[in-house]
Design a protein around this ligand. Structure first.
Ligand code: HSE
Length: 435
């Protein structure tokens, strides 16, 4: 049996998990790859006592791994986009195939890297970059290859979903849950990426690029995080039959492609509304297959290592057989579908949850209703609570029908200008996700 040698850079949560998984499942991996897969060299800038590497040589200088003539596959698990970019480009230039879990690297530099890899005749595999252990990249590239994907919507950040679930189910504080997510190895090195939606936006552009055959356009994703979500909105949503989830949505709309990450009210009966904790799920609607749902752990050492090792097995099998990858790389298609513009958020149509604070006096609701009606915004549901003891103001919650965002902005401005409305309106988009 031939031996394929891996150069593993990074021994943190995912790197350590990968090293251990390659050793633990060595026999199964050899069976599936048709060759032995061994870690020939490790690159790590510091000691990792929690991940002893046995007799495998460890280099402090990562570029030595990328240039090592005995390394067949460079596995980049250091994260970030500075050294990681240099490392991957060096590996490609030295004729190595690359496996990475680095969504920021692929989302922000993928267009260049894939072109360089194609030129060098090597592959870049990135299953672990999106949705942790869920094989969503393979599902989109291979399993759904016959379909025109119409839209996809996913919970694609495990840390954020863990925070929202713990806040809703146990009434825990945001900061406290985030600290636990960091301790469990779910969060990014910079956890603001999890909270502000950047991590989900990285993953969404990768999914959209495969689904629609478009270039990676990270700077065009509309991104909103979860830090503004208040418990009161989680409770009202629940009362109305919804859950608040942080979704990444890519949709082929009539006038262009929607790419957006934001908190979203989802009907509680949808499977996606019931994805909790660190779990991720991606719902993909293809024209032939209809809706399909992919679910599993979205972060953590072993689930992410599972995806990294799957890519290593794919590459090792091809190397052992001397054949090209079964499905072409992520790349730009030439069909019209891939040339659609990306819509500005103002052009996007969604239903809305609006929460406002109103004076408890006659006529307020009718003023609000007439602003909505003049703009053609239909009110689908409404809750008005009794004022608390000693209060003269009441919360009013409205669910609207689907409205273009630009029009909703105007409606919100008019309502906020009413004397009987205090402060600004809390607004959260809603999606029915019913295909
Ligand atoms: N920080 C990421 C998450 C890790 O929580 O989803 C997996 O990409």
């Amino acid at each position: 049996m031939k031996t394929v040698r891996v150069g593993l850079c990074g021994l943190g949560t995912v790197g350590g998990g990968t090293f251990k998984l390659l050793a633990a499942n060595e026999a199964e991996i050899a069976d599936r790859a048709g060759c032995h897969v061994t870690v020939g060299r490790v690159g790590a800038r510091r000691d990792r006592p929690d991940c002893p590497t046995g007799g495998v040589p460890v280099s402090r200088e990562l570029m030595d791994v990328a240039t090592d003539p005995d390394v067949d596959i460079l596995v980049e698990l250091i994260g970030g986009t500075d050294t990681a970019l240099k490392l991957v480009r060096t590996a490609i230039a030295n004729g190595k195939h690359v496996v990475t879990a680095n969504k920021a690297l692929i989302a922000e530099h993928g267009n260049t890297l894939f072109a360089e890899a194609a030129e060098a005749g090597v592959s870049i595999c990135y299953e672990a970059a999106v949705a942790g252990g869920i094989p969503i990249i393979k599902a989109l590239r291979e399993g759904l290859a016959a379909n025109r994907v119409q839209w996809l919507a996913g919970i694609i950040n495990g840390t954020g979903n863990f925070i929202l679930s713990e806040m809703r189910d146990k009434g825990r504080e945001f900061a406290d849950v985030l600290a636990e997510a960091q301790a469990l190895g779910y969060a990014e090195a910079d956890p603001s990426f999890d909270v502000d939606g950047t991590d989900a936006a990285h993953k969404l552009v990768i999914l959209a690029a495969i689904a629609f055959g478009m270039p990676l356009e990270f700077d065009k994703v509309y991104t909103e995080g979860i830090s503004a979500i208040e418990t009161v909105d989680v409770d009202y949503a629940e009362e109305l039959g919804y859950r608040i989830k942080h979704l990444g949505i890519a949709r082929m709309a009539e006038k262009g492609i929607e790419l957006r990450v934001h908190p979203t009210l989802v009907p509680e009966k949808r499977l996606l509304a019931n994805v909790n904790g660190v779990k991720n799920a991606v719902l993909v609607e293809g024209d032939a297959v209809g809706p399909t749902l992919y679910y599993g752990a979205g972060a953590g050492a072993e689930p992410t290592a599972s995806a990294v090792v799957a890519d290593i097995v794919d590459l090792a099998r091809n190397l052992a057989l001397g054949q090209a990858p079964a499905v072409p790389e992520l790349g730009v298609r030439t069909t019209a579908i891939a040339r659609q513009p990306i819509l500005a958020i103002e052009e996007v149509e969604t239903a809305w949850y609006l929460r406002m604070t109103a004076e408890d006096k006659p006529g307020v609701l009718s003023e609000v209703a007439s602003i909505c009606s003049r703009a053609g915004v239909s009110i689908e549901a409404l809750i008005q609570k009794e004022p608390a003891e000693g209060e003269t103001r009441v919360p009013v919650i409205i669910l609207t029908n689907r409205t273009r965002e630009e029009e909703l902005n105007q409606v919100a401005r008019e309502i906020e200008a009413l004397e009987s409305i205090a402060g600004s309106i809390t607004r959260i988009r809603m999606e029915s996700l019913d295909g």
